[in-house]
Design a protein around this ligand. Sequence first.
Ligand code: NI
Length: 181
Amino acid sequence: MPVRPVLRMGDPRLLLQSEPVHEFDTPELHAFIKDMFDTMNSFNGVGIAAPQIGINKRIIIFSVNKNPRYPYAEFVPTTILINPQIIFLDHEMEDGWEGCLSVPGIRGLVPRYLNLKYQGYDPLGNLIEREAHNFHARVLQHECDHLDGVLFPRRIKDLTMIGFEEEVKDTINAFYLQKNK
Ligand code: NI
């Protein structure tokens, strides 16, 4: 069962707190992570969290390398992260436009912390520890939010800054042109 259906906003399962993984390197875990990749890639996602495909476990994956849905995004290494934890390095935040496979067709302007450290485990149970900034840090916060039942619209501060992709396309382009000046 490679590509799985993605739950959409309004499904109560997306509001649940996910459970930690206790068993690593099992055939079920590997098969499930493969399904997460197949599902993420089939929808051009930059990340996906297990609860989005109906599995209530603390597993996220992400990867950014020239993604057509996020032309302004920086490279983010392909990562599988189990039981992730975030430590924010300071209080600096930045706005950026986000989308989500569970909120299809919608983009919103979301403030996120810019600088953080994270840790978690790979599927074999090896510790992963990294520092992340900018879009890498943004993706991590977005995916970790899923594990706590939070979708990005709840993080939006200015509710005029959410809309359908087609309608906000010019606003998004202008935002990044200004930012990258
Ligand atoms: Ni999402």
